[in-house]
Design a protein around this ligand. Structure first.
Ligand code: FDA
Length: 389
């Protein structure tokens, strides 16, 4: 049987464009959007946090934590940095190994399109896919226009469910199930927490306050900034923690990270006995937050008993909060979970159930931390499939 294409990639996002740039001639990328790489373009405030210097398998969540190892080791952050250098795209490290473009994120989309063009791969936008069928030795992709495209290899790179207004959907998950793959439980991740009732009412007084904190959710702890919002909590430490949080559980905030809170308060009591606890604590925390946490103590530091001081230390260093939920896929940066990895080949992302079928990027059950890790997974998994095709 002859096919129209050697390879069709569904999805012109980070993973799909990377894959097509390596899959070479006879590859066609289809996307229902009007422009390719839209999430790249808007990411990192328009500068794209395109990788992380410290990216390794330990920065990813998956039911199989070993799955990502092979691709991440074979196409690393240094490989992507080399690619940027070849296109004269300059970058800088912001913090914690997070790399951003000096100019605009669009430079990355442009370089991927150029790489694709050089490799002889094509792109078709506004392509609405109504059906995908298996053929002997390949696949047929039926478009809403009625056109039927046949291909030997099919790569699913349609991403996760985050930000539906950008065209995100569970299309890739449904396609996986159609072909006999399991999809692990999916949930919004890297997403702000929401609160309700009296907790929200009181937290609202802190809206706009930001502080450095250690945030623990489930088995994970992250130390970065926390931001109080009108709905609840956001900021990098919170987004990171959200990937490990489950409904009905608490998160714990330590607002004096790397300090012994009780010893710190004792020292404040000795040095500033006449200050109120709120004013004394304001030496270490934003004044509004200090006032909120110490508001119940209407005395001077000198008048705080050891028991009261201990209680205040626990409030500051182990503040237990029960989120009502998260802001959901509307604002989540990524989707946790996805196509189960047990039926995928870790070296090239090919299905073990349907030869010639590949799943790459966010659609797979591999979810990175905040900080460039998700794009690195898109580059690594896209490269792994593309190079094998
Ligand atoms: P991606 O979502 O990029 O691409 C999927 C493509 O498939 C899209 O072009 C979509 O239009 C297309 N598609 C979907 N359904 C389709 C269908 N039915 N038919 C045809 N086409 C279809 N990560 C990071 O590492 N650093 C960062 O700075 C950021 N910043 C960031 C900001 C915001 C606002 C968001 C929402 C996300 C991030 N991320 C991030 C996460 C990162 O954007 C994400 O993990 C990658 O884009 C995933 O790449 P994929 O190619 O797998 O999916």
């Amino acid at each position: 049987m002859s096919f129209d294409h050697r390879c069709i990639v569904l999805g012109a996002g980070a993973a799909g464009l990377m894959c097509a740039a390596h899959a070479g001639p006879g590859t066609l990328v289809l996307d229902h959007a009007r422009a390719p790489g839209e999430k790249i373009r808007i990411s990192g405030g328009g500068r794209c946090n395109f990788t992380n210097l410290h990216a390794g398998p330990e920065n990813y969540l998956s039911e199989n934590p070993h799955f990502a190892k092979s691709a991440l080791a074979r196409y690393t952050q240094l490989d992507f940095i080399d690619l940027l250098a070849r296109h004269d795209v300059t970058w800088h490290e912001k913090t914690l190994g997070q790399l951003f473009c000096d100019g605009s994120a669009q430079e990355i989309v442009t370089l991927l399109l150029l790489e694709m063009e050089r490799a002889g791969a094509g792109l078709r936008l506004k392509a609405h896919i109504s059906e995908v069928d298996r053929l002997p030795g390949g696949f047929a992709v039926l478009l809403a226009t009625g056109e039927r495209l046949t291909t030997q290899r099919l790569v699913v790179a349609t991403g996760g469910k985050s930000i539906p207004r950008m065209g995100a959907s569970d299309f890739g998950h449904r396609l996986a199930r159609q072909f006999g793959h399991q999809v692990t439980e999916t949930r919004p991740a890297l997403v702000p927490f929401t609160f309700t009732g009296p907790v929200l009412e009181s937290l609202r007084s802190l809206a706009g306050v930001s502080a450095q904190a250690r945030v623990t959710a489930g088995s994970a702890t992250f130390e970065e900034a926390v931001l109080f919002t009108h709905r609840g909590l956001s900021g990098p430490a919170i987004l990171q923690a959200s990937s490990y949080w489950r409904e009905g559980t608490e998160i714990v905030l330590d607002l004096l990270p790397r300090r012994d809170a009780e010893a710190t308060l004792r020292s404040l009591r000795a040095k500033t006995p006449r200050k109120s606890p709120a004013r004394a604590l304001a030496a270490l925390l934003p004044a509004r937050l200090a006032a909120y946490l110490a508001g119940g103590f209407a005395c001077n530091m000198a008048d705080l008993s050891d028991r009261q001081l201990g209680a205040l230390a626990r409030t500051v260093a182990a503040w237990h909060l029960s989120p009502a939920g998260t802001e959901g896929y509307r604002t989540a940066e990524v989707t946790l979970g996805g196509v189960a990895t047990d039926a995928l080949d870790a070296r090239n992302m090919e299905s073990r159930i349907v030869p010639g079928l590949y799943f790459i990027g966010e659609v797979v059950d591999v979810t990175g931390w905040l900080g460039g890790f998700n794009f690195q997974w898109a580059w690594s998994s896209g490269w792994a499939a593309g190079a094998a095709i």
